[in-house]
Design a protein around this ligand. Structure first.
Ligand code: G
Ligand code: MN
Length: 412
């Protein structure tokens, strides 16, 4: 069998089509190392293209599609992290594996935030690279399929609305209520805000996701949002004036004129309202998202990026809405005291959010140990069943045993 070519940009093995394991772009200024890595990847049937600088890599990325990018970080000229940044600006899915001779915390944090899949310290076992590239190629394929699936199902949803769904949503809207859950400051044991959580009595739409799903299918998202905002106004009337209310916003609601209307019922309360946009949904499909966020900010609303760490690892949410608050997804807090990996990730996300001038709120705190690890990282704002469950009227907050003295007073 012919040896597949290793030349940059070269057409390679017979396995290099869509059905093969995949096309890899290898970027490193150390040519000998790159060639040797390419040989290993070829043995595993990957088609490899080499580039000796980030700029050369960019050139190649613009003219061909790759399944995985493996790049050195420190190279003359543009760095691997900058390459990753550019790649993320136009392709959310392609997995990037970073290699480095000298790891540093700053570039590792940047790499995580920009959605690098893996960070390999040289020297590494080539088998490890081959395994990582194989996994990355599969993840990429899955991401592409997921996007296709979302498109397909999205189209199907619009054409096949189950019978009676409209009536169910009508009933859900008529019985809609807001539960509230406190967001607390741990150091001085204060209730800082509440999150408003939609609840309905309609049994066929038993939780908020079901209501939202029905509203999406029926193209009635605005209606749900308007109902929630009317209830939010009532809730604010019953809260102390220095307490904020966090209100979840479906990204599509950014397009609702009612939201930006200064004469809407909620507008006078805007300085006390923080609009939560989830990282799980995409702002990509909202035209002019940034301008719409700015218009709302001019009315006095502030923004929180919800569920950080659970959605796509790209920068979309941050760059489009420049949130005042960031809410760490509850999966990150879960048993964090038992997971060094989670601690490392949360520490990275926390310091990055702070650097981006966002106040971090840890969500889903259920245990004293979770509260204390987060507090130790510097996180003061928290929410979760540990303090209080969502209730229809603000309830007593459970503070538990005080955190260690050093965590109670920042000046100590
Ligand atoms: O995506 P968002 O963060 O808006 O979701 C909030 C949901 O999380 C609410 O439905 C609320 O009831 C739930 N919730 C709040 N605190 C906790 C907690 O400590 N543990 C768990 N499992 N769920 C929580
Ligand atoms: Mn939320």
């Amino acid at each position: 069998m012919d040896e597949p070519t290793l030349r940059p940009g070269g057409k390679a093995s017979p396995h290099a089509d869509q059905s093969g394991p995949g096309r890899v772009l290898l970027v490193d200024d150390e040519v000998a190392l790159t060639k040797s890595l390419a040989r290993f990847l070829h043995k595993a049937n990957f088609e490899c293209t080499m580039a000796t600088s980030a700029d050369e890599a960019l050139h190649k990325i613009m003219s061909a599609r790759y399944d995985v990018i493996v790049t050195d970080i420190h190279m003359p000229g543009t760095s691997g992290v900058d390459l990753l940044r550019v790649v993320r600006a136009y392709d959310l899915d392609v997995p990037v594996i970073l290699m480095t001779g000298g790891p540093d915390v700053a570039s590792a944090i940047q790499a995580v935030e920009l959605g690098a899949l893996l960070y390999l310290c040289k020297p590494f076992d080539t088998d490890k690279l081959v395994r990582a590239v194989s996994k990355a190629a599969k993840l990429h394929a899955m991401a592409r399929l997921k996007r296709e699936g979302v498109k397909l199902l999205g189209q199907e949803d619009r054409t096949s609305v189950p019978e009676g769904l409209g009536a169910s949503l009508d009933r859900a809207l008529r019985s809609l209520r807001l539960a509230v859950q406190p967001i607390v400051r741990v150091r001085n044991q204060q209730v800082f805000a509440y999150e408003a959580l939609m609840r309905s009595l309609e049994p066929s739409l038993p939780h908020p996701e079901a209501v939202l799903d029905a509203a999406e299918r029926l193209d009635r998202i605005y209606e749900v949002g308007r109902a929630v905002r009317a209830l939010a106004k009532d809730a604010l009337d019953n809260l102390p004036p220095d307490v904020l209310l966090f209100v979840n916003l479906h990204p599509r609601e950014l397009l609702d004129q009612h939201l930006v209307d200064p004469s809407s019922a909620l507008a006078p309360y805007a300085p006390r309202v923080v609009l939560e946009i989830t990282e799980r949904a995409s702002l990509e499909d909202v035209p002019d998202a940034q301008a719409r966020v700015s218009a709302l900010r001019r009315l006095g609303y502030r923004f929180a990026l919800d569920d950080l760490g659970a959605g796509h690892a790209g920068l979309g949410g941050f760059t489009k809405c420049e949130p005042e608050f960031v809410k760490l997804d509850m999966s990150l807090a879960r048993n964090i005291h038992q997971s060094p990996a989670r601690q490392k990730l949360v520490r990275g996300l926390y310091s990055l959010a702070v650097e981006l001038d966002a106040t971090v709120i840890a969500e889903g705190i259920e245990h004293t140990e979770e509260r204390d690890v987060l507090a130790e990282f510097g996180c003061d704002y928290m929410q979760g069943y540990f303090f209080a469950k969502p209730t229809f009227a603000p309830s007593e907050v459970h503070w538990g045993e005080p955190p260690p003295r050093s965590l109670r007073n920042p000046q100590a």
